[in-house]
Design a protein around this ligand. Structure first.
Ligand code: SF4
Length: 398
């Protein structure tokens, strides 16, 4: 597949109006559910005090997790911050915390429920906080894809590798079919493992749901070519692919993407290089392949943070990831003389992450403090067992 073909496969960038300040709706990932209780007004001057009081009342019974992409107003109440997998593990390491309040999105809360004990209850302050990428692969679509692979006579050669950013159902599918989960930090190791599960020359990977992370890892880290990858479009009959294309491919990439990282393009890179001479471009591997190819550094959120920590004073950085994090990093590193800017000129938050705001957090904490368990995210036992199997395979990766 050529770069031009890859570009053609990308869906239209998220409309600007959707992204501005994260205040608009993302119909593909917000779940159309309303908060069941009475939300405090965003203009209530006592919100910070109310959150503090409720958290204090709950004491060690509550543990608040804050994903890196959350707003500052929420992050200030997080007991721990990090990416979704680290947060889920942190929660599991706190068995005394009966309530895990996950300031993140739906699939993250599911992962926390899978990894924590049955006594721990995971709460998502706003049930509408979905993830457009995770929602691009449903259980029904993936089951249908497996039928297509079976009909093409290749299902037995295919090992599913699913990104952490997927629903519990997709993780369970992965576990059931001998596959593993991966994060943006260990995707290369996960692919190496997958290709060792069968005859190396005939084994294939079905990578779900982020085509960009799958393609970037295959091409940039594993030496495959763009032609080794095909994109399975769940909205087209047989994924839009012939049986021969499926048989010839090494990587079958699900047609999913992150609406935040997927909008950076080559113009963003060229423009920032012109605007800030000597700038280092550092992007997340959820970005498109041409952006990753044009960047100086590529890595996960944790890698981005560590790279900036190690950077010398006077260095300049353009970061291609979610804006709440970039803004926090810019403020953190400015006193050390490191210039950190957002890769794109357009404001771009993750609109669904931004649904978790202070009013929702206050409402969730106060409800728990009053003994009302609200917005619990609970994965059923069978799904949990298979999803855990896939997660355990990831933990055992060499
Ligand atoms: S930043 Fe992208 S992958 Fe992460 S929660 Fe938002 S839409 Fe999903």
């Amino acid at each position: 597949m050529t770069t031009a073909q890859t570009q053609e496969l990308d869906v239209q960038p998220t409309p600007l109006a959707l992204l501005l300040l994260g205040r608009e709706a993302d119909p593909r990932s917000e779940r159309g559910v309303e908060c069941p209780g009475e939300l405090p007004s965003p203009s209530d001057p006592d919100l910070i005090e109310r959150a503090r009081a409720a958290k204090e009342k709950l004491g060690s019974k509550v543990f608040v997790l804050g994903h890196h992409y959350q707003r500052d107003e929420v992050i200030q109440f997080a007991d721990v911050t990090g990416d979704s997998f680290k947060l889920a593990r942190d929660a599991a390491a706190r068995p005394e915390a009966e309530y895990i309040v996950f300031c993140g999105v739906h699939f993250m809360a599911e992962s926390a429920d899978i990894l924590t004990s049955d006594d721990q209850k995971v709460v998502l302050p706003d049930l509408a906080a979905g993830c457009s990428m995770a929602d691009m692969a449903t259980a029904e679509q993936v089951a249908e894809c497996w039928d297509v692979l079976t009909e093409a006579g290749i299902a037995e050669q295919v090992v599913p590798v699913s990104y952490m950013n997927s629903s519990a159902d997709i993780k369970a599918f992965t576990g059931k079919h001998g596959g593993t989960i991966c994060t943006s930090s260990n995707a290369k190791r996960a692919l190496e493992w997958a290709f060792q599960q069968g005859e190396p020359s005939t084994t294939k990977v079905l990578f779900l749901p982020d085509q960009h992370l799958g393609r970037n890892t295959a091409v940039r880290d594993m030496g495959m070519t763009l032609e080794d990858c095909v994109v399975y479009n769940p909205h087209k009959p047989n994924g839009g692919l012939t049986q021969q294309q499926l048989r010839d491919a090494k990587m079958i990439l699900w047609r999913g993407h992150c609406s935040v990282h997927g909008r950076f393009n080559l113009d963003s890179v060229d423009e920032v290089r012109e605007r800030i001479p000597g700038v280092n471009v550092l992007v997340h591997p959820e970005c498109r392949n041409e952006v990753v190819a044009a960047a100086d550094y590529v890595g996960s959120t944790e890698y981005i943070i560590k790279t900036l920590e190690a950077a010398p004073a006077g260095s300049k950085w353009a970061i291609g990831t979610e804006l709440n994090l970039v803004r926090r990093l810019a403020n953190r590193f400015a006193p050390e003389g490191k210039q950190v800017v957002f890769l794109d000129r357009t404001v771009c938050f993750c609109s669904t992450m931004n649904r978790i705001d202070l009013p929702h957090l206050v409402w969730a904490l106060e409800s728990l403090a009053e003994g009302n368990l609200v917005n619990r995210i609970e994965v059923d036992q069978e799904t949990e067992a298979f999803a855990k199997l896939a997660l355990e395979r990831m933990l055992a990766l060499p």
